[in-house]
Design a protein around this ligand. Structure first.
Ligand code: ZN
Length: 308
């Protein structure tokens, strides 16, 4: 009797594991540390051992994995944070499980987080969903007709590295300049504010801080400081421009915002909407934006969704 789905979200410091019933109700979750020694070669066995210690293998319908890197057909092409080069994850797990009839699926973590929101979060029941994760970097995921879009190179939904900024051209971690994440991640917002401060002659409470966070820029903007409002307008305009390209490519039912920057909430959504509608008109006349709701659990929900 197959009673459970297992969702595994492998991160650089810990692996989150969730046990779900077949309806997608989370029954139990736990963490194990990510052992990155020896190019991360112990991680997969640690995960399988940990599941084995808690759940009867013959009761598991499937185990889904979310990993921080491009994935294609069950193969992780690379995952720098785990120390992995090309890793045959699906094959490795299957070998460790022996003869048990358990479905295995693997996806990129940002795509998997989007799937989690479709399964039990803000996009529940939607068929076509785009999710943008605005954190230290910018990740993204596309679910089309209920399926994750991997693409030929495993980078479907990597919106964070669409080049949209031809003015500041900040360097990106990927090696290019002007990527979406260089202006709209938490780091990017701070860099943009600092850059604009260099030539700003008026007053802003931000000048009283040697270092500050993206949250502080949002807080001052919300309180009506014109300088910070200008920074957030540029961030929102940049996001809106990138999303208009995405929207006119795949026309999703809903666009979700997740990650630390999305804690700015409705204020962020309202600002992106203001710039987005002129970019997509007259073909699209409404902005169906929402905040993601599963927070750090989106990965385990989405991984379970892959094998539902
Ligand atoms: Zn980039």
């Amino acid at each position: 009797m197959k009673d459970y789905l297992i969702g595994v979200d492998i991160g650089g410091t810990s692996v989150k594991i969730g046990k779900f019933n077949l309806d997608g109700v989370l029954l139990e979750k736990w963490d194990i540390p990510t052992d990155r020694r020896d190019q991360g070669r112990h991680i997969v066995k640690d995960v399988v051992d940990s599941i084995y210690a808690r759940v009867r293998l013959d009761a598991i319908k499937g185990i889904g994995f979310g990993v921080p890197g491009p994935v294609k057909d069950g193969i992780v092409l690379r995952a720098v944070n785990l120390g992995w080069q090309t890793t045959y994850l699906e094959e490795t797990v299957r070998a460790l499980l022996g003869n048990h009839d358990i479905e295995i699926a693997v996806g990129n973590d940002a795509n998997v987080a989007a799937a989690g929101e479709v399964f039990q979060g803000a996009a529940k029941g939607c068929r076509n969903v785009v999710m943008l994760t605005l954190g230290t970097g910018v990740g993204g995921g596309i679910i089309q007709d209920g399926k994750l879009i991997e693409g030929k190179h495993g980078v479907g939904g990597e919106f964070g590295h669409i080049v949209v900024d031809h003015v500041h051209r900040f360097a990106c971690n990927c090696g290019k300049n002007g990527c979406l994440e260089t202006l709209t991640s938490a780091t990017g917002i701070v860099n943009l504010a600092k850059k604009r401060l260099e030539t700003f002659v008026g007053d802003t409470p931000l000048k009283g801080y040697e270092s500050f966070s993206a949250k502080r820029v949002f807080d001052f903007a919300k309180a009506g400081d014109p300088f910070c409002e200008g920074v957030i307008d540029e961030v929102a305009d940049t996001l809106a421009y990138a999303l208009s390209i995405v929207s006119l490519s795949i026309d999703p039912d809903i666009i979700l915002f997740g990650g630390g920057v999305s804690l700015a909430g409705q204020y962020l959504i309202d600002h992106v909407r203001k710039f987005y509608l002129p970019y997509v008109a007259p073909f699209i006349t409404e902005a169906n934006f929402a905040l993601a709701t599963l927070s750090n659990d989106a990965g385990i929900y989405g991984a379970a969704y892959l094998v539902r």
